[in-house]
Design a protein. Structure first.
Length: 202
């Protein structure tokens, strides 16, 4: 079996709440392809949800040290993405969602489409949907500081302040001069009064 099939099995197991199978399958994929950054991100998410933050953090550190994966985007998916962006600007959010989803059906690894779909879900009050989209984007490209920033905002709205803080830190590690993330981080720290930078956000 190739690494991508293992990854798909791991994602399915994770979505179904079978964290042990997801972790084992993800580790098998990494053995076959240790240079695929998104595998470390996925394994980190699984380990975090299994209550193993130290192991999860090691995965996130490996993930952050790797170059982002290069993905050739389907031109038809790009067309749907561009149309969705136009619709979003016009305030036609439901139509924008439909076009982002069309783009993602054609190109599931389209990180920018996941980010923008998350933004629309958040505007519509669907925080769980937004978080799912932002996490997917981060898994595809660990250098998307804006995805971490958006994920931080969504976690904060859900009252998950520790996770929100961690996401701000991730955004600032990628782009230290990103002032909105810095301002949000100061606000969140004042709310909580403490921080543990070892906690991953995804």
């Amino acid at each position: 079996m190739n690494p991508e099939n293992f990854k798909l099995q791991a994602e399915l197991a994770y979505q179904n709440g079978d964290f042990a199978t997801a972790a084992t399958t993800c580790q098998q994929a990494i053995q076959l392809n240790p240079h695929q950054a998104s595998l470390y991100s996925l394994l980190g998410q699984v380990l975090w949800d299994m209550g193993k933050p130290a192991a999860a953090q090691r995965c996130y550190e490996q993930w952050r040290q790797m170059p982002p994966e290069i993905v050739a985007i389907n031109p038809e998916a790009v067309a749907y993405f561009d149309k969705a962006n136009t619709l979003a600007v016009q305030g036609k959010l439901s139509e924008a969602v439909a076009n982002y989803e069309q783009a993602l059906q054609l190109e599931p690894n389209y990180a920018a489409a996941w980010v923008n779909l998350g933004i629309i879900h958040r505007k519509q009050g669907n925080l769980d949907g937004a978080i799912r989209c932002y996490r997917r984007a981060c898994a595809l490209n660990p250098n998307l500081f804006d995805a971490y920033y958006s994920l931080s905002n969504a976690w904060a709205e859900k009252g998950e302040i520790t996770k929100a803080i961690a996401c701000c830190i991730q955004a600032l590690e990628i782009k230290p001069d990103f002032e909105p993330a810095y301002s949000n981080l100061q606000y969140l720290l004042r709310q909580q009064g403490k921080i543990n930078s070892a906690f991953p956000c995804a």
